[in-house]
Ligand binder design. Structure first.
Ligand code: G1P
Ligand code: ZN
Length: 543
């Protein structure tokens, strides 16, 4: 088979985060761009000669063509084997599982997560290591450095691999195994949650709506929820992955999953609703007329996980990102287990999971996960919820009411100010940072500041420190405001303001969150001078 070494020019691919490199699809399709980035990954991880890689993506536009290029390059670089999801499809958690199950040397995941897909939208590629989790910063740094100098890549001239047929093939000297993307993941889920109990729940007439948002969880949800668990046909909506996600925005929140929200707030709403994102790692949970914030979902799962066989021995500990509400802290305390507060982003959970310090973890941005993989996992969260619903025979709103009665309710909301002038956003954050030492005791409107600081993290596993991870202002009476600049926004700066108010009065657990959060919102805006500095008074997105 002819193998070519192609001369090229460096792409300076930008420093990839743990979510890999995300770019406009058109950029990835520029001559040699994808090839250069793939070669930079291969070189950055010390070559792929003799290695086994898992390859799959979320099915967005360019997924299949990119998969063929990656396979030809893996072969030309001497890889021993590639394990590929049929049709080039693997959800991010399923890819993480497959890497671990098959003891592969790593994997390439083709996805831009919840970003829209299509020729004019976004594409992405990330490398996960042998533990199934996103590459460490040391590795992503090496990959990035390589993009700046790389001027050759290796590729075979070969026919396309038949991605549609499960089984063994070869590409020059490299073995290619096409696998059912769902089967191993479904097996794993059966070791964690009680499929019989959930089957009984559905046969008793329980109804649900799972919105796959035209993205990768469609085949998983059809096979597991409708196929194995007996949810009525039609329980999964938007379940066929499409290259442009039905022209939608596959981000499971009340704004983008409006179709699901409308169903769940209608008179004939099903008992349970859920959605997942483009690559299947995020989740949204909603009961009949009852949206569950991701922070509350993490707290509920922590409180009730023992009802599922996978967690019957209890949890080692839990972790949440700093801006995530403190609801889970209260549950962890009552269970007598550790609760770790980490910076935003999934990579900080990986160390804690690998070290066995935590079993569950989650973020306010709709990510929940456990030690079964090294990514957040949307469908897993849905199945764990179903297991809990089946065991308790309570509605979502009754479960939440019980949780709040026992631990208090952390009313919570996130306000995003998007595409803010970067200099102004920095001015605001810098100004706030400078005033932090003087804020204690300050009264703003109805609230008085108790403590104010900038979050820094000392990783208890590897001792690494991460400073500048968001400004926290805690008020007397259980309110908290957090300010952060987004690390994933693409236009200008995105300011995220996270608001929280703890309420323990039993008569005030069912209030309107917007009303409850008014005081802390006004105090946060006043203390930061956000409106005067950025010219913004209304957020672009409220979740
Ligand atoms: C956002 C979320 C964060 C998540 C990340 C990757 O990052 O807030 O929780 O881990 O996307 O999915 P941000 O844009 O806030 O830096
Ligand atoms: Zn995602």
């Amino acid at each position: 088979m002819p193998m070519h070494t192609v001369r090229t020019t460096p792409i300076d691919g930008q420093k990839p985060g743990t979510s890999g490199l995300r770019k406009k699809t058109a950029v990835f399709r520029r001559p040699h761009f994808l090839e250069n980035y793939v070669q930079a990954i291969f070189d950055g991880i010390g070559g792929v000669a003799g290695k086994t890689l898992v390859i799959g993506g979320d099915g967005r536009f360019f997924n299949d063509a990119a998969t063929q290029i990656i396979l030809r390059m893996a072969s030309a670089n001497g890889a021993a084997k590639c394990i590929v999801g049929q049709g080039g499809i693997l959800s991010t958690p399923a890819a993480s599982h497959l890497i671990r199950l098959r003891k592969a040397d790593g994997g390439l995941i083709l996805s831009a997560s919840h970003n829209p897909g299509g020729p004019d939208a976004d594409f992405g590629l990330k490398y996960n290591g042998p533990n199934g989790g996103p590459a460490s910063e040391a590795v992503t740094d090496k990959i990035y450095e390589r993009t700046k100098t790389l001027d050759l890549y290796n590729i075979c001239a070969a026919d396309d691999v038949d991605l549609g047929t499960v089984g063994a093939q070869s590409l020059a000297d490299m073995a290619v195994e096409i696998v059912d993307p769902v089967a191993d993941y479904a097996d794993l889920m059966q070791t964690i949650v009680d499929f019989d109990k959930i089957r009984d729940l559905f046969s008793s007439g329980f109804t649900m709506c799972f919105d796959a948002m035209h993205a990768v969880t469609g085949p998983y949800a059809h096979a597991i929820l409708e196929g194995m668990l007996g949810a009525p046909k039609g329980s999964v909506i938007n379940g066929t992955p499409s290259p442009d996600f039905g022209k939608g925005h596959p981000d499971p929140n009340p704004i983008w999953a409006k179709e699901l929200m409308d169903k769940m707030y209608a008179a004939d709403a099903p008992d349970f609703g859920a959605a997942s994102d483009g690559d299947g790692d995020r989740n949204m949970i909603v009961g009949r007329g009852a949206y569950v914030t991701p922070s509350d979902s993490l707290a509920l799962l922590t409180a009730q996980a023992h009802l599922a066989p996978g967690y019957s021995a209890g949890l080692a500990g839990v972790a949440r990102s700093m801006p995530t509400s403190r609801a889970v802290d209260r549950v962890a305390e009552s269970l007598g287990i550790a609760c770790f507060e980490t910076p935003t982003g999934w990579k900080f959970f990986g160390n804690l999971l690998d070290a066995g310090k935590v079993t569950l973890c989650g973020e306010e941005s709709a990510g929940t996960g456990s030690d079964h993989v090294r990514e957040k996992d949307g469908l897993w969260a849905v199945l764990l919820w179903l297991n809990i619903l089946a065991e308790t025979k309570k509605s979502v709103s009754a479960l939440m009411a019980d949780l709040w009665a026992a631990h208090g309710r952390c009313y919570y909301s996130r306000l995003d100010f998007e595409d803010v002038d970067s200099a102004r956003a920095s001015t605001m954050i810098d100004g706030l940072r400078a005033r932090l030492p003087d804020l204690g005791g300050t009264t703003v409107g109805a609230l008085t500041v108790k403590t104010a600081d900038e979050f820094a993290y000392l990783d208890p596993v590897d001792g690494a420190t991460s400073a500048g991870q968001g400004i926290r202002i805690v008020f007397e009476g259980g309110a908290r405001a957090v300010f952060r600049l987004s690390g994933t926004g693409t236009q200008g700066a995105t300011i995220r303001l996270y608001l929280e108010q703890l309420e323990t009065d039993p008569d005030r657990l069912q209030d309107d969150p917007e009303r409850v959060l008014t005081d802390v919102r006004e105090a946060a805006l006043a203390l930061s001078d956000l409106t005067a500095i950025t010219g913004r008074d209304t957020p672009d997105v409220i979740t």
